[in-house]
Design a protein around this ligand. Structure first.
Ligand SMILES: [Mn+2]
Length: 417
């Protein structure tokens, strides 16, 4: 925040688009857009720089409003000083506030309900949109209102606030996931590469990172917005992606729309009272709701192989979600795997059932293998066995690949081969 506060709200940033991008033509009657930004105790300057960049770099005729939705922040700067600051934009920037903490997911739904534009475009509260970012996101929705669009995300360094692309202008990636429901990005499969004429044209993708996307507002609400049973954060990107694809829509990533995002170094807030009500890791509970609603039985087992404890977590009632799936006549997960995420099994093959899972205890020291809160296997350690699973769950499968077989181990959200 010290660095961010020193940087101009309307600074220039490098144009990271593919050089083809300025040559595309877009319709002049694109839908109007509400840019919805949810925040909870966000830094004042990062939040306002997000708004400045949207106002400065969006054609005004397509930008209906920027709708700020405060998820019950308690920082003083986000009270009257924020209201004073945004008054310079009149009705173009609107602020609504939750009366209690609702979490990111539910607050996004509130934003969509309150929005006045035909399209809702969600941004995180610490972004900087790049040159002509908006028309390329709206054009596919204009063509087909059941398309949801996703910009390419550039990085804004959380220490220096340097703006730099994660991917070069010539390389395209798309969102997938592995069976423990960790979000991944991968090169375009050859099937898609072959069908493309230009490096800069939009392409279909199975899923998205979650924070930044545009969707027709009525369509989003007709899908039930986000499952209201999902708590705070995590898994909502998958829920929406499966729902869109399996129920007749599609997702396109748009290389000519670039948005910078500050990737944080640590989780800067807690889940407050929302987390206390639930037993077990909240994100895994969210994943369980999503896979129990949208996966077919065979694929559910792959998730339970990676997260054996999830089978015993209380995910609440999903009957409304299953009803929605029935009512919208949605396709199977198998259809999704065959037609949309067909490159996924090449990267993350089907998982056989676990042979063993539980804590892995040293016979010599009686201490347990532990992820130590890290997400890479090289950082694993041993610790006092606490018996509550989570970061001390290990499991093993034999994957028949050679005559000798191959042992796969996983721990919590880690996998190694
Ligand atoms: Mn973010």
């Amino acid at each position: 925040m010290v660095v961010s506060d020193e940087i101009a709200m309307d600074r220039d940033i490098p144009d990271t688009r593919n050089p083809e991008c300025p040559h595309w033509q877009y319709p002049e009657d694109l839908p109007t857009t509400s840019v919805v930004i949810v925040f909870h105790n966000e830094g004042f300057s990062t939040l306002m720089r997000t708004v400045h960049s949207v106002i400065d770099r969006s054609p005004p005729q397509f930008l209906k409003e920027v709708l700020l939705v405060d998820d019950f922040s308690d920082k003083a700067a986000l009270k009257e000083p924020l209201e004073d600051y945004i008054s310079r934009w009149g009705s173009k920037v609107r602020l609504i506030r939750n009366k209690e903490r609702a979490g990111l997911i539910r607050t996004r739904t509130t934003g969509a309900e309150e929005a006045k534009g035909e399209v809702v475009l969600f941004l995180d509260a610490h972004c900087e949109v790049n040159r002509n970012w908006l028309p390329p996101l709206l054009a596919p929705i204009y063509r087909d209102k059941y398309t949801m669009t996703v910009p390419v995300i550039d990085g804004v360094d959380h220490d220096t606030f340097e703006y730099r692309p994660v991917y070069g202008a010539g390389s395209n990636f798309r969102g997938i996931f592995e069976w423990g429901m960790l979000y991944k990005e991968t090169e375009l499969p050859p099937e898609i590469e072959r069908s493309r004429e230009h490096q800069s044209e939009p392409y279909k993708a199975p899923t998205h990172a979650g924070g930044l996307f545009a969707i027709n507002r009525e369509y989003f609400l007709s899908l039930g917005a986000y499952d209201p049973g999902l708590l705070v954060w995590g898994g909502e990107n998958f829920e929406l992606s499966f729902k869109v694809w399996q129920c007749g829509g599609s997702i396109e990533w748009v290389p000519c729309s670039r948005v910078g995002h500050v990737y944080r170094g640590f989780m800067p807030y807690n889940f407050g009272k929302l987390a206390e009500k639930k037993k077990g890791p909240l994100i895994t509970i969210n994943y369980k709701r999503v896979i129990e609603t949208w996966f077919d039985d065979k694929y559910k087992e792959y998730f339970y192989t990676r997260e054996p404890l999830a089978r015993f977590l209380d995910m609440g009632d999903i009957s409304k979600q299953l009803e929605l799936k029935e009512r919208l006549n949605c396709k199977s997960f198998h259809w999704f795997m065959e037609n949309v995420a067909y490159d996924m099994l090449r990267k993350y093959p089907e998982l056989p059932k676990n042979i063993h899972w539980g804590e892995l205890r040293s016979a010599a020291t009686s201490r347990c293998l532990d992820t130590m809160g890290h997400s890479a296997p090289s950082f694993m350690g041993v610790a006092h066995c606490h018996g509550f699973g989570n970061n001390q769950v290990s499991c093993s499968q034999v994957v028949e690949e050679s005559a000798a077989g191959r042992l796969t181990c996983c721990m919590s959200s880690l996998v190694w081969l």
